[in-house]
Write a protein that binds this ligand. Structure first.
Ligand SMILES: [Zn+2]
Length: 326
């Protein structure tokens, strides 16, 4: 299973390389939810990422993602600053990606930040920096089932917040898929998954494939027409097939003609005479030519070859047919 998946992912990344110019080490933009889930499921960031894309990676954290992570942290009363989150790897493993969205370089919404890096131009959606997006659904907090009224209200608020966070995470993925050439990694039930190519990516890839195809073939346009013609031609053999049984049934009239009119050609008359001799019961003489004759008969009447030999007449009839054919 694992081998099958890694093969699939290698193939997928190869397609990103061919179509969109991705190269190792792949730059991976990781978001806050992703880091949280990697920590929750006790994954090792770098090896897990490299196993997923089947190649070397360079993970990056934007300043806005960092701001989102620290904003969610409780304040350390001793320092007056947020606690360093457990799920935030050191900068040696996860360096900062400086993103200046405004002159003050104030952090903006994480989703907006990531999308602006994935596609700097909102009009022409293009992932020109070849980023991979690593994201996840937000971790669901386990809330204790207290029946306290105040607790229940807090729980409702939490649920609403979770729902919003989930919607934001899904929205990020949906919008990232709309940009062609953005590989998306996400954590799903303790497994790191590389999404299949999105439809916009697939469309670009197919365009590239078609162009390659055109180079090889000088006339791509008549192809469908030829195919249609081919289909039409196939119908004609079908009609011949319908005629097919008729030539087979025609054989009998031919034989009858040979029998009724013995003097068509000298050869034919000889054959009829020989056959008449066979009918007379001169079996041993007719055996030389008789062996193939009977064989032919057998093909047509597998059920009763013996009877024919005893009769003699049917075999000679077949023999004539053969001669007429030849
Ligand atoms: Zn930013």
């Amino acid at each position: 299973m694992r081998a099958k998946r890694s093969k699939k992912y290698r193939k997928l990344m190869h397609q990103y390389e061919l179509t969109f110019g991705f190269r190792e080490a792949y730059q991976v933009l990781v978001d806050s939810n992703f880091l949280q889930q990697v920590h929750n499921f006790k994954m090792d960031l770098l090896p897990a990422l490299e196993r997923t894309v089947q190649g070397k990676v360079k993970p990056l954290l934007t300043k806005c993602s960092l701001a989102a992570i620290t904003a969610a942290q409780p304040i350390n009363p001793k320092t007056g600053k947020p606690f360093r989150p457990y799920h935030l790897p050191p900068p040696t493993i996860l360096p900062l990606r400086h993103c200046s969205h405004n002159p003050e370089s104030e952090p903006i919404d994480e989703v907006d930040c990531l999308l602006s890096l994935l596609s700097p131009n909102a009009e022409v959606k293009k992932n020109k920096e070849h980023y991979i997006l690593a994201t996840a659904d937000p971790a669901v907090k386990k809330s204790d089932n207290n029946n306290d009224n105040q607790q229940r209200k807090r729980k409702r608020d939490e649920e609403r917040e979770e729902e919003q966070a989930l919607r934001r995470a899904r929205n990020l993925r949906v919008r990232a898929r709309s940009i062609p050439g953005v590989p998306i990694i996400y954590v799903k039930r303790s497994v790191m998954v590389l999404e299949p190519m999105s439809t916009p990516s697939e469309n670009v890839r197919e365009g590239v494939e078609r162009d390659k195809f055109r180079v090889g073939l000088p006339e791509p346009q008549p192809k469908p027409d030829e195919a249609a013609e081919g289909a039409a031609k196939k119908k004609i053999p079908g009609l011949k097939k319908a005629k097919g049984p008729n030539p087979l049934s025609m054989k009998k009239p031919k034989k009858r003609a040979a029998e009724s009119g013995p003097a068509k050609t000298p050869k034919n008359s000889d054959a009829t005479q020989a056959s008449k001799a066979n009918v007379a019961g001169d079996q041993p003489d007719g055996e030389e030519g008789g062996a193939p004759k009977t064989k032919r008969r057998r093909r047509h009447h597998k059920s009763g070859p013996r009877e024919e030999n005893e009769d003699g007449a049917p075999s000679t009839e077949a023999g004539q047919a053969m001669e007429v054919d030849a």
